[in-house]
Design a protein around this ligand. Sequence first.
Ligand code: NAD
Ligand code: WQD
Length: 330
Amino acid sequence: MKKILVTGGAGYIGSHTVVELTALGYTPIIVDNLCNTTIQNIEGIEKIIGKKIKWHNTDCTDKVGMDKVFAEEGTIEGAIHFAAYKAVEESVQNPQKYYDNNMGSLKVLLELMCKNKVKNIIFSSSCTVYGMPDVLPVTEDAPFKKAESPYGETKQICEGMLKEDTVNSVALRYFNPIGSHPSALIGDCSADKPSNLVPIITEVAIGKREKITVFGDDYNTPDGTCIRDYIHVVDLAKSHVLAMNFLINNPGKYAFNVGTGIGISVLDAVKAFEKANNLKINFSIGPRRSGDIEQIYANGSFVKNKLGWEAKETLEQAMKSAWEWEKLKC
Ligand code: NAD
Ligand code: WQD
């Protein structure tokens, strides 16, 4: 059984990926210091896969600690690197925290992969690297625009670090991950106050917030609200397993978009949640949010050709699972 080191494997996307890796016969080894998640996700993974999971409570920026992880685990086929901070607004307030953790953890990981002859890495990147693309749907060769936040900058810099390293790498550029595992046993346990659209909708649904403010309805889009590509986290998780299989058999450096290819407006997303769950969501229209881009959605041809991956879950399934998670989460 091939071991895959999964940094940040107790987090939102990481926990779903650990489940999918196990289903396809890999042995995931989690490294997560729980700085932005809880033990509930580890327990949830174990319930879903029906066995114990190996977990190191180690800070990925701690080279000595990470050295011990590599020494203890022996032969590792590859790493999937989720561990990073992800709150865009906080990164504007405290950029250094983001530079230290997001670049710091990758630097340590790459050094130790080289030392231990681990050749393959899948990196969690983001469509934020593109900024507002000139051509839609956006392809992987679109140029990086100036980052909208220090968080976005860390993703651009990390992709650059991968290019300069000798390691084989896949940067997966996620569009907007939403939803949860159908069991509702794992999900987003982050300490951050939600600022993403779907967690805010679910907070309104459960009564934690009175309403959602739609940030602007005067964009140049059919209904005037911003357009994004919302991808079910289970589909997203599966792309990591395919990417690892691919990289093991096709050494090199790659970047793939991971989105549905379908642009959904904010108002459409609210309506989709209402329809999926038979609930009404109170909303009002507010001013634009600074730094928001008008629209982005993925061209998925390259990832489909190379990895054979495309999104399978519907927006309705994603919205249902998001609501189930809100009701059961930590
Ligand atoms: P998350 O916060 O749920 O998961 C990250 C995990 O990494 C957490 O469990 C946290 O405890 C752990 N972690 C962070 N720093 C660590 C460190 N130094 N040492 C050990 N563990 C550490 O976030 P997520 O939504 O699952 O995101 C995973 C990755 O995907 C991140 O790199 C994020 O930037 C990227 N990403 C997320 C989104 C999104 O919308 N969720 C979109 C694009 C890219
Ligand atoms: C989606 C749409 C908002 C909240 C961010 C990061 C990006 C990536 C994913 C990690 C936008 C609108 C939202 C609200 C609203 N993360 N909205 N009212 O901005 O596409 O991307 O998360 O890499 O880097 O920047 O996602 O979910 O915040 O917003 O109207 O209360 O919903 O304006 O159009 P975004 P989001």
